[in-house]
Design a protein around this ligand. Structure first.
Ligand SMILES: Nc1ncnc2c1ncn2[C@@H]1O[C@H](COP(=O)(O)OP(=O)(O)OP(=O)(O)O)[C@@H](O)[C@H]1O
Ligand SMILES: [Mg+2]
Length: 372
């Protein structure tokens, strides 16, 4: 193992009799941008604080390189943490905030000066060096925290939702900057977020957590395209699900299922199933085609359903259709189109709200989520 590889082995933690972390196992490689993604309360912060040393596990081990660090004090671990709140010293300038960790180490003034300037430059705050935190924007304050955490040259940087207090645009910018900083310093980043877009766009790998468990670890494309179960499929991106019984397997990679209310549908065999199994299949909204007329010329691997357009939401770069099958509100499908809807009354192909339409998709675009 490399000096800053992290290996989390059988970690368990309960608070007041409630299991908050249930047997967590993870391996994070040296230099990775690794995200931990999951809904509020699933145990992300607890796990991160355990790596930092602020919380002890009930059992299990955390290896940093070859050393089990669970009994080491936080300041003896080669890690540093950035929290959601900036936690800067209000009475100190940007320069002095960043210099603080080095002053504690009693390093000579000349080295401090050159290091502080280097890290202030890294986070692009040169012009704000002499300001106090209350004279900075939220994004700038968080950049001070990043510089201050990096100046100690930790092997691993732990980031607990560092962008969540910022507005959407700033978050986007700082996310790109974080990515650049990561490339530049080359150390391991463990980044916590409950924002799936953030995790998908920045991570080398993502661990998806729910209720104290890791459900899947994979690259952004893996967790999006091949979700391990219904929770992951639903939590990351948007999805439509349908359940049914496998009635036929054909052409080796395709199956047919009989659903209770949607008739027979074709799907791609991503997992091993047999005739008679009850399964759940998903199709992402952006993979569905909506048309006013019944689609023609489709292959036997396509599915087509007649629907009723309940809602049609124009949102600039895409339009969202919320449609029902068979007049049944419970059979809702979401379909996204990658361009604007033009409301041309005379056009036969224009899909209107409160009208019938058709949705269709190819079996290759669906995904067999799990046997249920
Ligand atoms: N010190 C504590 N005492 C009791 N319960 C705790 C303590 N710390 C955390 N918990 C509980 O453990 C669970 C996980 O908390 P944690 O802060 O790890 O969640 P999280 O995934 O970081 O959520 P969020 O996205 O809201 O920050 C929650 O139900 C929380 O109430
Ligand atoms: Mg948290």
């Amino acid at each position: 193992m490399k000096k800053t590889d992290i290996k989390i082995v059988d970690i368990k933690k309960s608070f007041d009799g409630v299991d908050v972390l249930k047997n967590i196992n993870l391996e994070i490689k040296d230099g990775e941008f690794f995200s931990i993604l999951g809904p509020s309360g699933c145990g992300k912060t607890t796990l991160l604080r355990m790596i930092a040393g602020f919380i002890a596990p009930d059992s299990g081990a955390i290896y940093l390189g070859d050393e089990n660090i669970v009994d080491l004090a936080p300041n003896k671990r080669n890690v540093n943490t950035i929290f959601q709140k900036y936690a800067l010293f209000p009475h100190l300038t940007v320069y002095e905030n960043v210099a603080f960790p080095l002053r504690l180490k009693k390093i000579d003034e000349k080295t401090i000066d050159s290091e502080v300037k280097k890290f202030i430059e890294l986070v692009d705050l040169k012009e704000h060096m002499n300001k106090k935190p209350n004279q900075l924007s939220g994004g700038q304050q968080q950049r001070v925290s990043i510089a201050r955490a990096l100046i100690n040259k930790p092997g691993v940087l732990l980031l607990d939702e560092p962008l969540s207090a910022l507005d959407a645009k700033l978050r986007q910018n700082l996310l790109i900057e974080l990515d650049n900083i990561h490339d530049e310093v080359g150390i391991t980043f463990i980044f916590i977020t409950h924002d799936q877009q953030e995790a998908l766009s920045i991570s080398d790998r993502i661990a998806v957590m729910n209720k104290g468990e890791v459900l899947q670890v994979g690259t952004p494309a893996e967790v999006y395209e091949a979700p391990a179960d219904t929770f992951v499929a639903d939590f990351i991106g948007e999805n439509n699900f349908f359940d049914g019984v496998v009635t036929e397997i054909f052409d080796e990679t395709y199956g047919r299922i009989e659903t209770e209310k949607l008739g027979n549908l074709v799907f791609e065999l991503d997992k091993v199933v047999k005739v008679g199994d009850k399964i759940r299949v998903s199709i992402r909204p952006e993979k569905i085609r909506v048309s006013k007329q019944i689609p023609t010329g489709l292959s036997d691997k396509h599915n087509t359903l007649k629907v009723y357009v309940d809602e049609l939401i124009y949102s600039g770069f895409q339009s969202k259709y919320f449609v029902w099958v068979d007049g049944d509100k419970n059979l809702l499908f979401k379909a996204f189109k990658q361009h604007a809807v033009y409301f041309d009354e005379d056009d036969n192909d224009t899909i209107h709200w409160n009208e019938d339409a058709y949705i269709s998709w190819h079996a290759d675009d669906s995904f067999l989520v799990e046997v249920i």
